[in-house]
Design a protein around this ligand. Structure first.
Ligand SMILES: N[C@@H](CCC(=O)N[C@@H](CS)C(=O)NCC(=O)O)C(=O)O
Length: 215
């Protein structure tokens, strides 16, 4: 049994979407960051960095969402994280790309426009929002180009890179970032959203979102 400690923002959602899609047995323990629960002694005993998500498994703890997803996929020996070295590297490459490029900027927008007001962390920085929108716009064009000739990121089949990317991209409508300029990406996004695993995760985190951000 895996135990995932997390919040409801994209670093946790990446792991929840991936775990759910892998079909492994896991429990979710909500850590309310707005109440500083990640600074408790019990939480710090699991991770030196004090951030979510954290995975507990077989008496060990792991932090970093990427390490967690790859570990669980490895334990499950899932084809969603292919054994072939090149295919695996291609899955890794897209996970890293989303994290460092479009996902990073969409996450900045989410923080500025949603988390800051909700958690009383100060005024939304409009200059920062404009910069984030500019970078996200440019980088999503690369994904659109890649998807012009394919339906999935790697090998014409679903991989853990898809639920991973979803957690970043689903912030777009929430922050008013229009994806209409990317029709192939939108179609791919819709295919990921249709996965039953996605609906299950959303239902699972909804009460926590509502308790922090309101209904
Ligand atoms: N690179 C880490 C980032 C983890 C991270 O930044 N988590 C945030 C929430 S999304 C957090 O725990 N923030 C609380 C804090 O820094 O005090 C990962 O992918 O797991």
């Amino acid at each position: 049994m895996f135990v995932l400690h997390g919040f409801f923002t994209q670093n946790t959602l990446k792991t929840l979407y991936v775990l759910e899609q892998l079909g492994v047995d896991y429990k979710f323990r909500f850590v309310d960051l707005t109440k500083g629960e990640n600074r408790s002694e019990a939480f710090r005993a699991m991770t030196p960095v004090g951030k979510v998500p954290v995975l507990e498994h077989d008496g060990a703890c792991l932090f970093e969402s990427g390490a967690i997803c790859r570990y669980v996929a490895g334990v499950a020996q899932s084809p969603l994280y292919p054994a072939d070295k090149l295919d695996r590297a291609r899955v890794d490459q897209w996970m890293t790309f989303f994290t460092c490029h479009p996902g990073r900027w969409l996450t900045d927008l989410y923080f500025e426009k949603i988390m800051k007001p909700a958690a009383g962390l100060g005024e939304t920085n409009t200059d920062r929002c404009e910069e984030s929108e500019r970078f996200a716009t440019a980088q999503l064009k690369a994904v659109e180009r890649h998807l012009e000739s394919r339906n999935w990121l790697v090998n014409e089949t679903l991989s853990i890179a898809e639920p991973w990317a979803l957690a970043y991209l689903e912030q777009a409508p929430q922050v008013g970032f229009d994806l209409a300029a990317y029709p192939r990406l939108q179609a791919w996004y819709a295919r990921i959203e249709e996965l039953p695993a996605v609906a299950r995760v959303r239902a699972r985190v909804r009460p926590f979102v509502e308790s922090v951000l309101g209904g």
